[in-house]
Design a protein around this ligand. Sequence first.
Ligand code: PHE
Length: 337
Amino acid sequence: MIEELQKIQTEAQQELSSVKDASALEQWRIKFLSRQGLLPKTLEGMKDVPKEQRPEVGKISNQVKSTLQSAFDDKKEDLEAGSDEDQSFDPTMPGAPVRQGSLHVLTQVQDRMIQIFRRMGFALAEGPEIETEYNNFDALNTPEDHPARNEQDTFYVKLPDHPVEGRHLLRTHTSTVQIRTMKTQKPPIQIIAPGRCYRRDEIDATHGVYFHQMEGLLVDEGVSLSDLKGVLEYFFHEFLGPDTLVRFRPHFFPFTEPSFEVDFSKPGLKIRGKEWTEIAGCGLVDPAVFSAVDIDPQAYSGFAFGMGIERMAMIIHEIPDLRLFSENDIRFLKQFA
Ligand code: PHE
């Protein structure tokens, strides 16, 4: 009888493991545990067990009974928990929202600027942020004692054993890309070069230790100031609207001659209380720069310009503080998503 009980237990456990729903579980209960089930039926044989074996057989039958009963209870609980879950799944509910990222506002503004220049035939060029002092200053006709070379104004970096001789620095402007391009390409050249620049400034609402510029360079036969003016006027009309006024003020840069600062004004728009806002530097490429890159200044002429990308973004989005661009505050960034 002990053998029989153990056989029932094994069989019952096996079958229970393949029970998948409430009705199969009920079938199982009827088969093994109900009044007419296998277990009670077998226990009826108890009366034929010799007296001295009854305590032993009784103990085992109780064990089998409670094992199967608790296996049944567990299974029941499992199935109920499972069905609860099923009920809580509502296929008509909208999904959890996925937060979408976006391009940084400076990237968006830069892309818009690039699009406008591309329409005029400018190609995209680039250069590294760590530069030689030669590309940043010497080749751009900047005198030895120019204040910009001062360690108070420029970040110099030590690059031990670098194959290129001379001091290295974090470029202070994107005009370095003029040099890199003219060293490797022959005219006609027509490029823009957006990128990050570094200066040792006190940080405040309008100054940071890094910022972005968009450089432009066009070199060909017979390029004149009117070409430069036309290109910049077209750009500002496209970027800020056709009623934008652009003016050129004489200025000085070592690498252009003559040189100008460019201001714009737009009816109804005052920036920091002023009607005219300085936005770019420009001029005709200085013959000394052509000589440094082996282009014949008798045969070719060209113009160059450089403008601040942060400043463009601040104007069109009315952003009051430069520091917002780099603080990575999601409340700021998502306004431009
Ligand atoms: N590199 C100048 C600056 O950073 C801007 C400039 C570029 C001026 C090209 C003239 C020509 O201020």
